[in-house]
Design a protein around this ligand. Sequence first.
Ligand SMILES: [Zn+2]
Ligand SMILES: [Zn+2]
Length: 548
Amino acid sequence: MSTNKLKIIPLGGVGEIGKNMTAIEYGRNILIIDAGVMFPEHDMLGIDLVIPDYAHYLKDKKDWVRGIVVTHGHEDHIGALPFLLSEVDAPVYATGLTAGLVELKLQRRGLTGQVSLKIIKPNDQVTVGGLFEVEFFHACHSIPDAVGVAIRTPAGLIVHTGDFKFDYTPAWGDPPDFGALARFGHEGVLALLSDSTNADNPGFTPSEKTVDEGLNKVFREAQGRIILATFGSLVSRVQQIINAAHRHGRVVAIDGRSLEENVERARSLGYLDVPPGVLVELSKLKGRPDHQIAIIATGSQGEPGAALSRMSSGRHRQITIKKGDTVVMSSRVIPGNEQIVGRAIHIRFQQGARVIYGKTGNVHVSGHASQEELKLLLSLVKPRYFIPVHGELRHLHAHAELACAQGIPDDHIFVVENGQVIEFDEAGARQTDRIPGGWVFVDGSSVGDTGPVVLRDREILSQDGFVVALVRRDEKTGELLRQPHIITRGFIFVKENLDMIERAEAVVREAVLNNRKDPQTAIRKALSEMLYNETHRRPMVLPVVVED
Ligand SMILES: [Zn+2]
Ligand SMILES: [Zn+2]
């Protein structure tokens, strides 16, 4: 090994679900694996997307990036590519479907033609930047054409699983490539980065095939229309729905533009098999009997703007949920959204629809490996060092425990958060500096080509959370049109601190009325001071002043 050190830096997706991104650095060379987004929490007002904070890390190193490897086409792996690629000039390596979905993204942001997209297949080996030997291997997940990567570096072999499950009867393609994994293990793996999403889930994740049975049952029993909510990128699920509909003599209409575009792209690339006449336009459903109709819609998380919510609330132009409909929620509920989804389900029950969701309906299975599969992977790959990725801290810790039980010493396991540098040399491996990181919020209307508009300091957020002070005032008189409203996250439990919230609202009111010229600064100052005096903590204060 030369004097250069190998560095692995998870830039996103550790300590959280979403916005996965990892950098591998050796000498003046960087290889990036995935660049995804996270969907904003429900109280991040006006925020469309959250992307990884790669800006700090890449500040002086943009021209070190030799390539970007993308494991599969899910948003949490490709969503940030348009932003990254408007700053970094490097080829993107991806399989056919993944590349197709990336291209669609680049088109939407007006970046087509500016990016070199290199299409690879499982088992391909490419040399990136004259240094990294990257080998792709087939992986089973909830989208076709997913891969993991093995990267040979001067310091040793790194294996990154991407998202995976060990599915012996996948909805698309072959079972997992156990041969390749065993081969890496035999060759000797310096470090393994592995999907931790279901690391706290005992046993095996059921096969995608079980969803076929669940969907068949739904299609067999439903008398009226069937409306299925899922994620746009769950291409395999869309295939399963189309198959079930075809089998039971129903047509399928797709609602939601991005969903429609993804399906069209997957179909034109040969990853979706649609029998003639099965897909019809939503507007062509009129006059067709209910028992011949299936609709795939967005909104599996109860998002207010999505098709399914509009259908339930009568805000949808063509479809309103009615008695006799069967509503199928065929995707995972993102942690944190349970309440909203629960409420949405409740509304649909009230409207007389039959609602089928979760494990009980057999209409969704996870695309991620459970404990037994993770153990099997560890025993095949036999890494010297282990870095659990793709999960909240509790998932990463659960995964670390599994690795420990399989004989990987504690000090060879790195449970880290975004931006933590892990360094490898002949003396071993260790955590070194932590690159300051944050959440980069993207406000769709103002991003365009300029890139991320708002940067938040992660340290403050992770320690003390944040407080939003919402104020509406009259444009001319400056009078308040409403009581100021306080929203907090990661700071205090609101229900137990209603008195303090009231005092905070009073402070904001005062600040606005006394500082008509610059209410933002006044709010920030007064509220920070008051909150610190009462709690001895310093949450980030975000004043939002709306003028009417
Ligand atoms: Zn995925
Ligand atoms: Zn993922």
